[in-house]
Write a protein that binds this ligand. Structure first.
Ligand code: UD1
Length: 432
């Protein structure tokens, strides 16, 4: 099993380039399936989830290749199948986006239901309700969703205001971009990754109003056209490194980032005593002391992102005083807490709330990552901890973090793949 070994306790110092966003790129790749020509997408990270999505597109007959290190060329002129392979959907839930794209363009999609997930139940009922509202006939049999429509017709779709589902907003936008008439999505997600998809569709010829608001109006067009588009920086990757430096101490500057997508996270860091400076596409954080305790509740954008909640808990674990972290989006997102406690943290869980009594130091230990963000929290903890931390289950990390070891080595961390010889960070995502 792949493991990462970290010798912690060193402050972080230097510069980190931020990669393109995983959660923005996945919908863009699905949206490219709707373009009967070529989409050129820039700033796509070379991570395992993107490779899985590329495999998915290829399985449907799409030609898809990197023409530059982070630029993908996707040609979806000739599609050979409307049926997504189970193995790929099971590997990566984001591939369910091909449902909206196939249904929208061809009036037919056969996609396995993604199933359970370690961070909580993640049904796709909002997606399916949306497809039905657009006039699709949807059947769920033997674990497979089959949606068909002679013609999709615009509709007024009111989504659950508590969740503002990211995935359902994207899937309904894709399905309605070529539908007849006007679709209104109320309580739409406003996450920057959704806005990025809206801008892509607009650049490809779709008619979308209310971009970035919670009421999105889509007037169907006949066809999309060739497009060249740049995806946004990964705010979860950026947030992970900012929190890492805030917890381990030091002085790092992120480049190619988008501080405007991280306002609340940056405010929280200021609140715990970290010095934060921002420019157009960079963020610098500095600190030489323990953070102060804080309270945070996850919420849909512009609230505090659930994907950074596990990292925030590490900051709380080392804070002066007692921090309170509340999770409102997923129902099982504290599965890293026992692992942090094994490293000396003092975290008590009460339903959806973690009460974290700060301790002066964490201690290295063997720990297991159970999902992408739990894994990144363990990396952050390992960077702060005295001694060696060995993290297994790091396959999860490579699903979402490009050149993780290389970037951390660049700011002075002692980190290496334990199944490799210690190396200088050169890490080829494609070789895994
Ligand atoms: C996306 C992100 C994920 C992030 C999450 C919330 C990708 C690939 N993943 O996941 O990293 O943590 O947004 O910001 O972009 N729900 C239902 N029924 C549905 C859909 C959702 O009940 O049909 C519930 C979910 O169980 C969850 C909540 O709504 O409790 C939010 O889910 P959603 O916003 O859809 O998350 P994802 O798109 O799966």
């Amino acid at each position: 099993m792949a493991t990462i070994r970290i010798h912690g306790g060193k402050p972080l110092q230097g510069d980190i380039p931020i990669s393109g966003s995983k959660n923005a790129s996945l919908p863009l790749l699905a949206a490219a399936l709707m373009v009967p020509g070529t989409s050129i997408i820039e700033n796509v990270p070379r991570i395992d989830d993107i490779h899985a999505m590329i495999e998915m597109l290829r399985a449907l007959g799409v030609r898809c290749e990197f023409i530059e290190p982070s630029t993908l060329s996707i040609n979806a002129e000739h599609i050979t199948s409307h049926s997504a392979p189970y193995d790929l959907v099971r590997k990566m839930r984001g591939s369910f986006y091909v449902a909206g794209a196939l249904l929208g363009r061809f009036g037919e999609a056969e996609v396995p239901l993604p199933g359970g997930c370690v961070i909580g139940s993640r049904p796709v009922d909002f997606h399916i309700d949306g497809f039905k509202r657009l006039g699709a006939l949807v059947q769920e049999r033997h674990g497979i969703m089959r949606a068909t429509a002679q013609k999709l017709t615009g509709s007024h779709i009111i989504m659950d205001s508590r969740y503002r589902s990211v995935g359902a907003t994207v899937n309904i936008m894709l399905a309605s971009a070529l539908a007849e008439g006007v679709t209104i999505i109320e309580n739409a997600s406003r996450e920057p990754e959704v806005v990025c998809c809206q801008r892509f569709l607009e650049a490809a010829g779709a008619d979308i109003r209310g971009i970035g608001t919670d009421i999105v109006v889509i007037t169907g067009v006949r066809e999309l056209h060739d497009v060249q588009f740049r995806s946004i920086p990964d705010r979860m990757e950026a947030g992970t490194y900012l929190i890492a430096c805030s917890a381990a101490r030091g002085d790092i500057t992120l480049h190619d980032a988008e501080p405007r997508h991280m306002s609340l996270v940056l405010d929280k860091l200021r609140g715990v005593g970290v010095r934060v400076e921002t420019g157009h596409d960079w963020v610098r954080v500095r600190t030489d002391r323990r953070p102060l305790a804080f309270e945070v509740t996850t919420a849909p954008y512009p609230g505090f992102p659930t994907d950074l909640q596990p990292n925030a808990a590490v900051l709380g674990a080392l804070a002066v005083g007692t921090s309170v972290v509340e999770e409102t989006i997923f129902d099982a997102r504290f599965n890293y807490a026992d692992e942090l406690n094994r490293m000396g943290a003092d975290i008590t869980l009460r339903d959806s709330v973690a009460i974290i009594r700060g301790v002066p130091r964490l201690y290295g230990a063997p720990v297991v990552a159970t999902d992408i963000r739990a894994g990144s929290a363990l990396v952050v903890a390992g960077l702060c901890a005295d001694g060696y931390t060995e993290i297994s289950g790091v396959e999860f990390l490579y699903r979402g973090y490009e050149n993780l070891e290389e970037k951390l080595l660049g700011v002075g961390a002692a980190i290496h793949r334990a199944d490799d010889e210690p190396h200088d960070g050169a890490h080829d995502a494609q070789s895994r």
